[in-house]
Structures are given as C-alpha cells and as structure tokens.
Design a binder for this molecule. Structure first.
Ligand code: 5CA
Length: 156
C-alpha cells in the first residue's frame, strides 16, 4: 500500500477536529514564511509560523506571524523551564510532520499553544498543511479554535 501523503494525513487530522481545510500545493515551495507569502499572494504577516519550542523536556507550540520573530524569554515566562527551539527530530516527534510542513493543529497529541496577537488582525491567514510546498487558508478565529491557543505577546 502506498504511504499516505503528509498532506492527506493532515487533512484527515484536521477533519477529526471538525475543521475542513482546502490545501493549496505550490510547486514553487512554501518552506519559509516569505516563500509562502509569495506563493499565495498575501503579505508575510498573514503566514502562520508553527514553531515548536522545548520548555525543559516538554514541546510547546508558538503560532507566530510571519512578519515577527519569537522572543524565547517571553515564551519562557509562560512555561516552566528553559525554552529553546526544537531540533528537527523534536519537531517531527511533537507534530508528526517535518520542519517546513508542520501544521498548527492535527498533531499526535495537542500541544500547549500560544498565538501571536498580530495574527488576529487579519481576515485570513495561511498555515502549513503537512509539507513544505503546501498551505491552507483559515480565519484567525478558526486557528485559535483548532489549536486551543492562548493569545500572548511573543514577538521580539
Ligand atoms: N511552511 C512555512 C510557512 S507556513 C513554515 O513552516 N514556516 S515555519 O516558520 O513555521 O517553519 C520553519 C521554522 O522551522 C523556521 O522558522 C525555524 O524556526 C525552524 N527551523 C528551520 N530549520 C531548522 C533546523 N535545522 N532546526 C531547527 N529548527 C529549524
């Protein structure tokens, strides 16, 4: 049996959360927020960076506007233990997907999640859909609902 594509896997997980996603696959690539914004024709601030950080030995997720950088000190104030960026293996273990494709929800187990308030100022944002060439649009409200995120100022 052919392996299930990572995008199909994400779409199925999202559907299980009650969120129907319309994925756009972009041959030019959506690996970075800048690439994704160019591919879909939005501003970079509308791209959701789904960043896995380790708080001690616990993975947490920060949904950050593509226009911003995450301040690890601010994130650290929200969790116990020192906070650092996850490595590639930790991202895959926590989300089920590789760096560049990790989506904001639909993970093997829900992650404690923070969202950058700058994302809430747009009508529509775009997030990774399982692969570094695939993204999907959604409202910030659906993003908060799907991820269970808490709104916290996390930008540098
Ligand atoms: N598809 C795009 C736009 S939705 C995307 O996934 N962007 S992202 O920002 O959410 O994911 C890429 C992030 O992974 C980078 O911002 C960076 O923080 C992290 N990253 C990239 N390479 C590495 C690496 N080698 N080790 C650890 N983290 C990395």
């Amino acid at each position: 049996m052919a392996a299930v594509d990572a995008v199909e896997r994400f779409v199925t997980s999202a559907s299980g959360l009650g969120i129907e996603v319309a994925v756009r696959r972009c041959p030019e690539g959506t690996r970075t927020a800048v690439d994704a914004a160019a591919a879909v024709g939005c501003v970079v601030g509308q791209i959701v960076k789904s960043l896995v950080l380790m708080a001690g030995d616990r993975p947490v997720l920060v949904l950050c506007s593509g226009a911003n950088r995450v301040d690890l000190v601010r994130v650290g104030a929200e969790f116990d233990g020192d906070v650092r960026m996850a490595n590639a293996d930790e991202v895959r273990a926590a989300t089920g997907f590789a760096i560049g494709g990790a989506p904001p929800f639909g993970h093997p187990a829900p992650l404690p999640t923070l969202i950058d308030p700058d994302l809430l100022g747009y009508d529509e944002v775009w997030a990774a859909a399982g692969r570094p060439d695939s993204v999907f649009p959604l409202s910030p409200e659906a993003l908060v609902e799907g991820s269970g995120a808490r709104t916290v100022e996390v930008a540098l």
